[in-house]
Design a protein around this ligand. Structure first.
Ligand code: ADP
Length: 195
């Protein structure tokens, strides 16, 4: 069984993270909390790679669509007037297509981050999906103010700096998808021997 200090999660720095010059800042925030980068690479993804990364099931697409709907409701915007539908599934499918366009618009940085509760810690450091709702102090809250209200009107996905796995099972699946059989590096950070 995996040691508790060796939990791994998968992180992708998205096009806006790369283009805003935030690669170092993102990594710094992980390392600051004693999380360890054990695999790291910049690469240009294909549409197929991104298409296979995001789920295709109806529940996931409806969840995406509902994020649009809840933002539109909160700010009294009309989804039918701006997007032609208020159906969560139709909206989700639209957003998924924009997501593939967005994620292939620049090189990305993929990495595996390891440490105690790495999956939850990285999500906490990243902040929630929609930057306008993310607290200051999180990466998304500190470096973006994007929202479906503006992104959807511009026919694009919400730009939120990075992707991070949501569960341990998703992390395992995504590490396999993005790194294949490549093994993460094994090393000790200064201080690790003292524990
Ligand atoms: P997370 O990336 O935080 O796990 P999701 O899996 O729900 O979030 O969504 C995947 C990505 O799709 C988000 O990171 C964001 O870039 C984009 N996105 C999510 N909801 C919307 C939306 N309503 N409109 C546009 N883009 C969205």
């Amino acid at each position: 069984m995996q040691h508790i200090k060796e939990e791994k999660t998968f992180v992708l720095i998205k096009p806006d993270g790369v283009k805003k010059g935030l690669i170092g800042e993102v990594i710094r925030r992980f390392e600051q909390r004693d999380l360890k980068v054990v695999a790291l690479e910049m690469f240009q993804p294909t549409r197929q790679m991104i298409d296979e990364h995001y789920p295709k099931d109806q529940v996931w697409k409806e969840r995406l669509g509902n994020k649009t709907l809840s933002t539109y409701e909160k700010y009294a915007l009309d989804p039918v007037a701006s997007l032609g539908t208020a159906e969560p599934l139709a909206l989700g499918e639209m957003v998924r297509e924009w997501l593939v366009n967005y994620m292939t618009s620049a090189p990305l940085v993929r990495m595996v981050v390891q440490g105690v509760h790495a999956v939850d810690m990285v999500r906490k450091i990243a902040g929630p999906t929609l930057p306008y709702a993310a607290d200051m102090g999180t990466i998304r809250g500190d470096f973006s103010v994007d929202s479906p209200a503006v992104a959807n009107a511009e026919k694009r996905a919400v730009a939120n700096i990075l992707h991070a796995s949501e569960t341990a099972a998703e992390a395992e699946h995504e590490i396999k998808h993005w790194f294949g059989d490549k093994k993460p590096h094994v090393y000790k950070r200064y201080g690790e021997d003292l524990s």
